[in-house]
Write a protein that binds this ligand. Sequence first.
Ligand code: SF4
Length: 84
Amino acid sequence: MNADKNNNISRRHWFTASLRWAVLGSIALVSGRLLMRGQRSEQSCVDPKGYLGCGNCAVLKGCSLPRALSLKQFLRKDDEQRKS
Ligand code: SF4
């Protein structure tokens, strides 16, 4: 074990090990976020044939595909017209 009478080396070892794990954790976090961002940009439609329609889709709120964006824009304009 890396320890002397005052535990100086052990503390140093603990500190460097903690720092090493923190750096590795940060790298893993950044890699994970980059991978998740890559997956989101290649989002695929859960109903590609359009049988259910975006209005009945469970993921409409978070969907960024063109068809869903068109529906959201339409619904927003429809809400604005009703209010005025
Ligand atoms: S909301 Fe998105 S995932 Fe759902 S049907 Fe529409 S385009 Fe597809």
